[in-house]
Design a protein around this ligand. Sequence first.
Ligand code: CA
Length: 377
Amino acid sequence: MTRLVLDVDTGIDDTLALCYLLASPEAELMGVVGTYGNVTARDSVRNNRAVLRLFGHGHIPVMLGCEAPSWADLFEVDEGCARFHGSNGLGNVDPTDYLPDGIAIGADAAGHDDDPAASARTSVAAFRGTLTKSVGGERVAIDATAESAALADAAAASREGEGVRFIVDAVRRYGRDVTVVATGPLTDVDAAIRLAPDIVPSLKLVIMGGSLTQEGNCYDLICETNIFQDPEAANRVFRSGADVTMIGLDVTHQCLMTRADADLWRATGTPCGAFLADMVRFYINANEASDPIFLAGSPLHDPLAAAVALDPTLVGLFDVNMMTETATGNGHGFRGRTIGDPTRLREPRKTSHVALTVDAPRFTATFRDRIAGLCAA
Ligand code: CA
């Protein structure tokens, strides 16, 4: 059995990663942390709860993670993310529409009920002059209002909130017997390390993010989206000394999902199968419209990270000490680029393990069949 904490910015492929873990008998999912990225952190929490309930796992606790990058007061979803994931993160499909009538909703094991983010609310609306907002990773200065200041207070509180503390507690309790899988920006993991530096030696982390040998998937074609959202957090995590397995575009672009996979899930005739097929149709349409390379299928970014956490033999790993550049210009590199760390090039211990090869046929077949089995159950 592999014990896991999943940290997600849910997200269509985050949902597929969550479903892959639910479908895998060797996975023991302790809890899910919802962070910002493809959607707001609160929408991520809401999506995770709704999906877990639809699939009959409403008891698994879902916690609110960081609501904004480490370098910003506020976060707003940009158009690019909505184009791939829909305005609600789930391809504009609502999982609660697929719940059979009369099903009891109830609370999860941590006692959360329907209102996902109540614990993060704050009554303190400290008024500041200006605030920094991240719009999908781009820096925007805004004049503070009472409303935006209250949201900034809530975002600041989330850096030491229940999601971050859940990661800290899990690693302190289980050490290397728990794997943290992060498939969004690394803000939560960074916040956990800053809150509790003692977890670093035993932190076992698998991330979806970055790229070492391929173009990025941001407009600059250098950065990968998750890293681009919070380069400072990613850099601190890479350089912390924690053990990081990086599942980047080098391998996720080799693992594609097709319409035939979705048809198989729909053919189970269950509400779960219909939900996933409807959601995935949006993702496949968006990927096909974005780039001819995805006419062959849509990349399984986050599910591959979840799968590697369970079975590292799916990928070939290159051991290297990684970093993330945090500024652009002469002498700096390019903000958001993931690259080897020259200051640790000669260190014998390599803390990062970058997947450069993948058994794509084995993974995509296992993914398709396990999800079909989950839908049929
Ligand atoms: Ca994600």
